[in-house]
Structure formats: structure tokens, C-alpha cells
Write a protein that binds this ligand. Structure first.
Ligand code: GDP
Ligand code: MG
Length: 176
């Protein structure tokens, strides 16, 4: 019997320099890239088993300044799920994901059931931290979105992010 695997696509969004590529590559390749070209946009194809079920996941690591102006709407229209990334060391990057979240809602007709995860990065840089946990907690509760504090460098809670998103995508798109 050949079972067809469910296949999902996730889009990684957020301001430049917050660690989108480091997070994606930590997950997809299990290495930490210290200096990744910030203009490279790349899709990573992964297979993972969540709750005993295997699925295929394409992860698009976005790049470039269009995020801050016109925005490439194609990302937002075509993704099954979204990873909204900000840096725990940069207050302004949290406001940027609020902006992105609103654009997603706008394009998807205000549908609140879109799979989304909020991710704060660089948890290892404790002395440079600007965003308190309570602030993220409050926002995430208001938005109704789960959040994770991660470190791509130390590989803390990176897997949790993608597994959470897969669970949400399965609920939202049971047929892949
Ligand atoms: P992007 O522009 O959002 O893709 O950001 P990058 O992934 O290229 O990361 C930007 C910078 O932050 C790089 O210098 C990374 O080495 C650094 N960085 C990313 N994630 C972490 C992390 O978890 N810990 C630390 N200490 N640095 C990180
Ligand atoms: Mg990048």
C-alpha cells in the first residue's frame, strides 16, 4: 500500500537580520550559519514525523526589502502556514511582524484560522535582550497565535516551531 504523504508549504517572514535564515537552516540542515547572504531566498524541502505521521514540508526562507514596501503578495497568498520571526534583541522587529500579520489577514479575507507561529530568535544573547517574555505573551494571546523563544545557534526550541506549525496545518488543511 502506498500512502500519499500530506505536503505543506510554510513561509518564513520577518525583518532583515532577525535570524530567518539561521532558524530555517538550523531546522533544515541542522547547522548554524553565522553569515548567510541576506539577499538569498531559498526553499528547503523536509520530511518530518509529527505525532507519528510523516509529512513533507517546503519551507521558504524569504529575503529582501519588498517586505517593507509593496510586499510580495504571492508568498502570503500561496503559503499554508507562516512563521513570523522577530529578534528578542530588537524591539522594532516585533512591530514588524505585527505589520506582516495584518497583511496576511488582509489578503486572506480576515480568516483567523490561518496557521501561524510567532518566533523570537537569539535567545542565547541574554544580555542583549530587549523584548520581555510578558510582552510577547500578551501579543500572542491577543492574536491567538502560539509563540516560541528560540536560538538557532544553540538549537533551542527550533524543532518545536515547525512541529507546531505542522499540527496547525493538518487541522486547517486535512488533505494537504
Ligand atoms: P535573516 O536576515 O533574518 O535571514 O537573518 P540571518 O539568519 O542571516 O541572521 C542575521 C544575524 O543574526 C547573523 O549574524 C546570525 O549569525 C545572527 N543570528 C541568527 N540567529 C541567531 C541566534 O540564534 N543566536 C545568535 N547569537 N545569533 C543569531
Ligand atoms: Mg536570510
Amino acid at each position: 500500500v502506498v500512502l500519499t504523504m500530506r505536503k505543506y508549504s510554510a513561509v518564513v517572514l520577518g525583518a532583515g537580520g532577525v535570524g530567518k535564515s539561521a532558524l530555517t537552516i538550523r531546522y533544515g540542515r541542522n547547522v548554524f550559519v553565522e553569515h548567510y547572504n541576506p539577499t538569498i531566498e531559498e526553499e528547503y524541502h523536509c520530511q518530518l514525523i509529527v505525532d507519528g505521521e510523516r509529512c513533507s514540508l517546503d519551507i521558504l526562507d524569504t529575503a529582501g526589502a519588498e517586505q517593507f514596501t509593496g510586499f510580495n503578495e504571492g508568498y502570503l497568498k500561496n503559503g499554508h502556514g507562516f512563521i513570523l520571526v522577530f529578534s528578542l534583541t530588537q524591539d522594532a522587529s516585533l512591530r514588524e511582524i505585527d505589520n506582516v500579520r495584518q497583511q496576511i489577514l488582509h489578503l486572506r479575507g480576515g480568516d483567523m484560522n490561518i496557521p501561524v507561529v510567532v518566533v523570537g530568535t537569539k535567545l542565547d544573547l541574554a544580555s542583549e535582550r530587549e523584548v520581555p517574555r510578558a510582552t510577547i505573551q500578551e501579543l500572542a494571546t491577543r492574536w491567538g497565535i502560539p509563540f516560541y523563544e528560540t536560538s538557532a545557534k544553540r538549537n533551542w526550541h527550533v524543532t518545536d516551531v515547525f512541529e507546531d506549525l505542522v499540527r496547525q496545518m493538518r487541522r486547517c488543511y486535512p488533505n494537504g
